[in-house]
Design a protein around this ligand. Sequence first.
Ligand code: PMP
Length: 436
Amino acid sequence: AITSDLLSFTRSAEAIRHNCQWMAGGVNSNFRLNISPTPLVIERGEGPFLYDVDGNRLIDYYLGMGPMILGHNPAALTQAVKRQIDDGILFGAQSAVEAEAARLVCQMVPSAERMRFGGSGSEVDQAALRLARAATGRRNIIKFEGHYHGWFDNVLWSTAPAPDAAGPREAPKAVAGSKGQLADTADTLVVLPWNDPELLEARLAQGDIAAVIMEAAMCNAGAVHPLPGYLEGVREACTRHGTILIFDEVITGFRLAPGGAQELFGVTPDLSTFGKAIANGFPVAAIAGRADLLDMFVSGGVVHGGTYNAQPIAMAATVATLQSLKPSLYEEIAVNGTRLMDGMREIFARHGVKAVVEGFPQVFHVAFGLEQPARDYRDLARMNRQAYVAFTTALLHRGVRALERGAWFMSIAHDDAVVASTLEAVEGAVKQIRAD
Ligand code: PMP
């Protein structure tokens, strides 16, 4: 029962239909498809807002799928980028700006003795797995159900398996994410449920695991905390069994704290990967960690390449972003993020909507139908997805854009007033879905 003062998205829908003649599906990532009521076409972003082709102003909690921790178009970043453009675009050589960006990463990330830049999270995750295999001489990798490490064949397994397709929790089947994916890449993969130290210990004890790769807090499917002591236990077990521990901090890095999840939880991985918030929307990623491992790119015969690695304009954006990420920024986001999470809990409770709002003030999820916080992907998969999509769709028609699948991302631009407007929209959306 959508009333006439709600926002409409007909021009976006028309443009997407029209653009299908050139771009497959009218989009450039499968994760931008199948959005209700339509994938959007955006004209401009500023602070917490996006402005679309229908003339709508939307409060944005996608934030480019996570990167924009400073909000859209922060002045410090756009000015740095404009200055860098005057000096050139790509050199196929080193530059002072990339060295400064690298210095900042090593200063901010606790485990970063050494690092390299890359172009996307998917790529640097591949670099991490290659280093781990080269360093250990082993081939097998442990990954966890619901954790996403990019779209390449060897890791796009069990990222969002239908629970009935995945077999028993204690011994999940590797479920392919895509047609055309080489099936035998699963032969080197062991899929386990996350947050279960006993199952991990038992598998590591077989002595054939090159690396454990995980999101230190599972922020891709939702925003799930590691159980107390879990990360410490994984760290200790990996050390004992000669396995490399990789934290995929593509979402958590520079978002949960200046030094990411590893700083927040005080646990040091051997390698970690970054992307998204590292450059507030520019295509930058990084792999960082133990110097002896990263130096295998120099003297260990391990190859890492990329035409656009450390592209100077993206590096200027990285420096400007990292310089802005002071501890006080996280405290400010925490105040507004907590207010939003608490406000949503209060609205759900008042309207008798069973939902869990969980995660971190900088990134959290809303799970309809759950009674208590999820511990792993299977818990989260029990949420009422249909009701949640009805909710995010109702929100969009009230000017608030939140991911249908995944987490809400906060930025420093989401202030008091923005949170208050969001909560008004939440109230309206809840009333609508209760009425429908
Ligand atoms: N790891 C995690 C945890 C991610 O969330 C993502 C992207 N959503 C990636 C890796 C892949 O990054 P990219 O999309 O930049 O390739």
